[in-house]
Design a protein around this ligand. Structure first.
Ligand SMILES: Cc1cc2nc3c(=O)[nH]c(=O)nc-3n(C[C@H](O)[C@H](O)[C@H](O)COP(=O)(O)O)c2cc1C
Length: 202
């Protein structure tokens, strides 16, 4: 099975990047194919252009977007890695979703109804926040995020979310021990979901 990792963080030393690379390493050790799309390093342009919205039946798709769509279509599983910025995904990732998960690729429109096109694919989400989990729950940000990201985006496209792993209280003074503990949780998620899945391309 091919695994697509979508990483959204400008800083290579960030917690987000560290998590993503631990995930990739663990998958690699199991023999899985891993494609990493690091949106900042790839200089992905998150701005959906005017021409992309013209002609729903035959939209113009720039080659950079088409390349990302091919990765999504070919993947059996997609893992997203990003920090919470203003209680949501960073604008870069939102732009990626807007452009890559487009009509005709991620779903079809039948009147007002969205018909999923990515059924059968699995996803995991890895996020972090400065605030702790109890604050996110109390403020209902966690619920809002789940409704918007998990239910709205993923399930409307037919993607099954296997797990959303969130790390709260991720601040710049995080101890090495705390980072290692978090990476252990990331690696465990790989083992849980992919440890017994055949590694060969399916
Ligand atoms: C622009 C911006 C907005 C942020 N908004 C939030 C927020 O709404 N809630 C929160 O708990 N943390 C917020 N944070 C903190 C980040 O979530 C936190 O620093 C990050 O998860 C740490 O992981 P990293 O090393 O990968 O950046 C924000 C940080 C930035 C830069």
């Amino acid at each position: 099975m091919q695994h697509l990792l979508v990483i959204c963080h400008p800083n290579r030393q960030s917690f987000t990047q560290t998590m993503a690379h631990a995930y990739a390493q663990e998958l690699g050790a199991l023999g899985h194919d891993v494609i990493i799309r690091d949106l900042y390093r790839a200089r992905f342009d998150p701005l959906l252009g005017e021409r992309e919205l013209i002609g729903v039946k035959k939209p113009f798709v720039p080659s950079a977007v088409r390349r990302e769509q091919r990765h999504v279509i070919e993947a059996g599983a997609i893992a997203f890695f990003y920090p919470l910025w203003w209680a949501y995904m960073p604008a870069m990732l939102k732009g990626y979703i807007d452009r890559v998960f487009s009509a005709g690729v991620a779903y079809d429109l039948k009147g007002e109804q969205m018909i999923p096109r990515l059924s059968g694919k699995k996803a995991l989400i890895f996020t972090s926040s400065g605030a702790d989990m109890s604050y996110l729950r109390r403020s209902k940000q966690w619920r809002a995020m789940r409704i918007l990201e998990e239910n709205h985006i993923l399930s409307l496209c037919g993607i099954e979310l296997l797990e959303h792993v969130h790390f709260g209280s991720i601040t710049s003074d995080l101890s090495k021990k705390a980072v290692e503990k978090s990476l252990g949780i990331v690696r465990k998620a790989v083992q849980t979901h992919w440890g017994s899945v055949p590694a060969a391309r399916g």
